[in-house]
Design a protein around this ligand. Structure first.
Ligand SMILES: CC(C)(COP(=O)(O)OP(=O)(O)OC[C@H]1O[C@@H](n2cnc3c(N)ncnc32)[C@H](O)[C@@H]1OP(=O)(O)O)[C@@H](O)C(=O)NCCC(=O)NCCS
Length: 171
Protein backbone atom coordinates (compact mmCIF):
# COMPACT_ATOMS: atom_id res chain seq x y z
CA UNK A 1 0.00 0.00 0.00
CA UNK A 2 1.15 3.58 -0.61
CA UNK A 3 2.15 5.57 2.45
CA UNK A 4 -0.88 6.01 4.72
CA UNK A 5 -0.02 8.20 7.70
CA UNK A 6 -1.74 10.17 10.46
CA UNK A 7 -0.64 13.75 11.07
CA UNK A 8 -2.16 16.99 12.39
CA UNK A 9 -4.43 18.89 10.03
CA UNK A 10 -2.86 21.83 8.14
CA UNK A 11 -4.63 24.80 6.56
CA UNK A 12 -3.16 23.69 3.23
CA UNK A 13 -5.40 20.58 3.54
CA UNK A 14 -8.55 22.70 3.25
CA UNK A 15 -9.33 21.96 -0.40
CA UNK A 16 -8.65 18.24 -0.04
CA UNK A 17 -10.79 18.23 3.09
CA UNK A 18 -13.72 19.80 1.24
CA UNK A 19 -13.28 17.51 -1.75
CA UNK A 20 -13.51 14.40 0.43
CA UNK A 21 -15.94 15.60 3.09
CA UNK A 22 -18.50 17.31 0.87
CA UNK A 23 -20.31 14.06 0.12
CA UNK A 24 -23.69 12.96 1.47
CA UNK A 25 -22.49 9.32 1.34
CA UNK A 26 -19.94 10.25 3.99
CA UNK A 27 -22.06 12.73 6.00
CA UNK A 28 -25.07 10.41 6.28
CA UNK A 29 -23.16 8.14 8.67
CA UNK A 30 -21.83 10.94 10.91
CA UNK A 31 -23.33 13.29 13.50
CA UNK A 32 -24.65 16.65 12.40
CA UNK A 33 -21.45 18.30 13.64
CA UNK A 34 -20.08 17.09 10.28
CA UNK A 35 -21.86 19.58 8.01
CA UNK A 36 -23.41 18.96 4.62
CA UNK A 37 -22.75 20.70 2.30
CA UNK A 38 -19.15 21.00 3.57
CA UNK A 39 -17.59 24.33 2.58
CA UNK A 40 -14.09 25.84 2.72
CA UNK A 41 -15.28 27.89 5.68
CA UNK A 42 -16.26 24.70 7.52
CA UNK A 43 -12.82 23.27 6.67
CA UNK A 44 -11.02 26.28 8.14
CA UNK A 45 -13.09 26.21 11.33
CA UNK A 46 -12.54 22.47 11.73
CA UNK A 47 -8.77 22.66 11.19
CA UNK A 48 -8.51 25.41 13.80
CA UNK A 49 -10.58 23.32 16.25
CA UNK A 50 -8.63 20.12 15.49
CA UNK A 51 -5.36 21.83 16.39
CA UNK A 52 -6.60 23.38 19.63
CA UNK A 53 -6.36 20.24 21.78
CA UNK A 54 -3.38 19.22 23.90
CA UNK A 55 -2.24 16.74 22.85
CA UNK A 56 -3.73 17.06 19.39
CA UNK A 57 -6.19 14.17 19.13
CA UNK A 58 -7.86 14.76 15.75
CA UNK A 59 -5.70 13.78 12.81
CA UNK A 60 -5.75 13.87 9.04
CA UNK A 61 -5.42 10.48 7.35
CA UNK A 62 -3.00 11.08 4.51
CA UNK A 63 -2.05 9.15 1.40
CA UNK A 64 1.35 10.34 0.19
CA UNK A 65 0.79 13.41 2.40
CA UNK A 66 -2.60 14.27 0.79
CA UNK A 67 -5.50 14.40 3.27
CA UNK A 68 -8.09 11.75 2.39
CA UNK A 69 -10.03 11.48 5.65
CA UNK A 70 -9.98 12.05 9.37
CA UNK A 71 -9.82 10.20 12.66
CA UNK A 72 -10.17 11.45 16.22
CA UNK A 73 -10.22 10.23 19.79
CA UNK A 74 -12.38 12.08 22.31
CA UNK A 75 -11.71 11.47 26.02
CA UNK A 76 -14.79 11.76 28.23
CA UNK A 77 -15.10 13.31 31.69
CA UNK A 78 -16.82 12.82 35.06
CA UNK A 79 -17.72 9.16 35.70
CA UNK A 80 -16.88 8.36 32.05
CA UNK A 81 -13.30 9.61 32.45
CA UNK A 82 -11.85 6.15 31.71
CA UNK A 83 -13.53 6.14 28.29
CA UNK A 84 -12.82 7.84 24.97
CA UNK A 85 -14.96 7.88 21.84
CA UNK A 86 -13.37 7.20 18.46
CA UNK A 87 -14.69 8.74 15.25
CA UNK A 88 -13.43 8.34 11.69
CA UNK A 89 -14.24 8.84 8.03
CA UNK A 90 -12.62 8.46 4.64
CA UNK A 91 -13.32 10.09 1.27
CA UNK A 92 -15.45 7.79 -0.86
CA UNK A 93 -12.74 7.37 -3.51
CA UNK A 94 -10.62 5.57 -0.91
CA UNK A 95 -13.16 3.14 0.54
CA UNK A 96 -12.69 -0.61 0.44
CA UNK A 97 -8.87 -0.60 0.24
CA UNK A 98 -8.19 -1.61 3.83
CA UNK A 99 -7.13 1.90 4.84
CA UNK A 100 -9.31 2.23 7.96
CA UNK A 101 -8.42 -1.32 9.04
CA UNK A 102 -4.81 -0.11 8.99
CA UNK A 103 -5.45 3.24 10.71
CA UNK A 104 -7.73 2.29 13.64
CA UNK A 105 -5.07 0.19 15.47
CA UNK A 106 -2.68 3.17 15.21
CA UNK A 107 -5.31 5.37 16.91
CA UNK A 108 -5.88 2.77 19.65
CA UNK A 109 -2.15 2.81 20.40
CA UNK A 110 -2.18 6.63 20.47
CA UNK A 111 -5.25 6.64 22.75
CA UNK A 112 -3.89 4.23 25.36
CA UNK A 113 -0.41 5.81 25.24
CA UNK A 114 -1.70 9.35 25.79
CA UNK A 115 -4.74 9.09 28.07
CA UNK A 116 -5.37 7.20 31.34
CA UNK A 117 -8.33 5.40 29.78
CA UNK A 118 -9.31 1.74 29.81
CA UNK A 119 -11.92 1.68 27.03
CA UNK A 120 -12.32 3.16 23.57
CA UNK A 121 -15.83 3.06 22.19
CA UNK A 122 -17.59 3.75 18.90
CA UNK A 123 -21.24 4.59 18.29
CA UNK A 124 -22.12 3.28 14.84
CA UNK A 125 -25.41 3.84 13.04
CA UNK A 126 -27.40 0.66 12.45
CA UNK A 127 -27.37 1.20 8.67
CA UNK A 128 -23.56 1.55 8.51
CA UNK A 129 -22.45 -1.96 7.60
CA UNK A 130 -18.96 -0.86 6.45
CA UNK A 131 -18.17 0.77 9.79
CA UNK A 132 -19.53 -2.17 11.78
CA UNK A 133 -17.29 -4.46 9.73
CA UNK A 134 -14.14 -2.36 10.09
CA UNK A 135 -14.61 -1.87 13.82
CA UNK A 136 -15.20 -5.59 14.39
CA UNK A 137 -12.16 -6.42 12.25
CA UNK A 138 -9.98 -4.18 14.41
CA UNK A 139 -10.92 -5.97 17.63
CA UNK A 140 -13.95 -4.11 19.02
CA UNK A 141 -16.80 -6.03 20.63
CA UNK A 142 -20.44 -5.15 20.08
CA UNK A 143 -21.65 -4.19 23.57
CA UNK A 144 -25.17 -2.95 22.92
CA UNK A 145 -27.73 -2.06 20.32
CA UNK A 146 -29.99 0.81 21.32
CA UNK A 147 -33.27 0.83 19.46
CA UNK A 148 -33.90 3.88 17.23
CA UNK A 149 -31.98 6.35 19.41
CA UNK A 150 -30.46 8.21 16.45
CA UNK A 151 -32.40 10.67 14.32
CA UNK A 152 -30.52 11.47 11.12
CA UNK A 153 -31.88 13.04 7.95
CA UNK A 154 -35.47 12.49 9.07
CA UNK A 155 -35.00 8.81 9.92
CA UNK A 156 -34.75 6.97 13.24
CA UNK A 157 -31.78 4.57 13.33
CA UNK A 158 -30.44 2.03 15.80
CA UNK A 159 -27.20 2.86 17.63
CA UNK A 160 -24.61 0.08 17.79
CA UNK A 161 -22.14 0.58 20.63
CA UNK A 162 -18.76 -1.10 20.28
CA UNK A 163 -16.02 -1.23 22.90
CA UNK A 164 -12.29 -1.97 22.83
CA UNK A 165 -10.81 -2.62 26.27
CA UNK A 166 -7.19 -1.80 27.10
CA UNK A 167 -5.57 -5.22 26.70
CA UNK A 168 -3.76 -5.49 30.06
CA UNK A 169 -6.67 -4.21 32.18
CA UNK A 170 -9.10 -6.63 33.85
CA UNK A 171 -12.60 -5.14 34.34
C1 LIG B 1 -16.57 3.07 7.39
C2 LIG B 1 -15.33 3.41 6.57
C3 LIG B 1 -14.42 4.29 7.39
C4 LIG B 1 -14.62 2.09 6.21
O1 LIG B 1 -13.29 2.38 5.79
P1 LIG B 1 -12.55 1.49 4.67
O2 LIG B 1 -11.12 1.90 4.63
O3 LIG B 1 -13.33 1.57 3.42
O4 LIG B 1 -12.70 0.05 5.32
P2 LIG B 1 -11.75 -1.19 4.95
O5 LIG B 1 -11.41 -1.12 3.48
O6 LIG B 1 -10.62 -1.21 5.91
O7 LIG B 1 -12.74 -2.41 5.14
C5 LIG B 1 -12.92 -3.07 6.38
C6 LIG B 1 -13.93 -4.17 6.20
O8 LIG B 1 -15.21 -3.61 5.91
C7 LIG B 1 -15.72 -4.15 4.71
N1 LIG B 1 -16.46 -3.11 4.01
C8 LIG B 1 -15.96 -1.92 3.58
N2 LIG B 1 -16.95 -1.24 2.96
C9 LIG B 1 -18.06 -2.03 3.03
C10 LIG B 1 -19.41 -1.88 2.59
N3 LIG B 1 -19.81 -0.76 1.96
N4 LIG B 1 -20.28 -2.88 2.84
C11 LIG B 1 -19.88 -3.99 3.48
N5 LIG B 1 -18.62 -4.20 3.94
C12 LIG B 1 -17.73 -3.22 3.70
C13 LIG B 1 -14.50 -4.57 3.94
O9 LIG B 1 -14.84 -5.56 2.99
C14 LIG B 1 -13.62 -5.10 5.05
O10 LIG B 1 -14.03 -6.37 5.48
P3 LIG B 1 -13.35 -7.73 4.91
O11 LIG B 1 -11.88 -7.56 5.12
O12 LIG B 1 -13.98 -8.77 5.72
O13 LIG B 1 -13.71 -7.78 3.47
C15 LIG B 1 -15.69 4.17 5.26
O14 LIG B 1 -16.61 3.38 4.57
C16 LIG B 1 -16.30 5.54 5.50
O15 LIG B 1 -15.58 6.51 5.67
N6 LIG B 1 -17.65 5.65 5.55
C17 LIG B 1 -18.33 6.93 5.74
C18 LIG B 1 -18.10 7.55 7.11
C19 LIG B 1 -18.33 6.57 8.24
O16 LIG B 1 -19.20 5.70 8.16
N7 LIG B 1 -17.58 6.70 9.34
C20 LIG B 1 -17.72 5.86 10.51
C21 LIG B 1 -18.78 6.36 11.42
S1 LIG B 1 -19.00 5.31 12.84
Amino acid sequence: MDAIKLRPWQYSDSEDLVQNANDMEVARYLTNKFPHPYTLEHAGQFIQFANSGTPIHMFAITLNNKAIGGIGIHPQDDVMEKNAEIGFWLGRAYWGKGIMTDVIPQMLTFAFDNYPITRVYARVFGNNIASQRVIEKTGFTKEAILHKTIYKNGEFLDEHIYGYRKPEVQQ
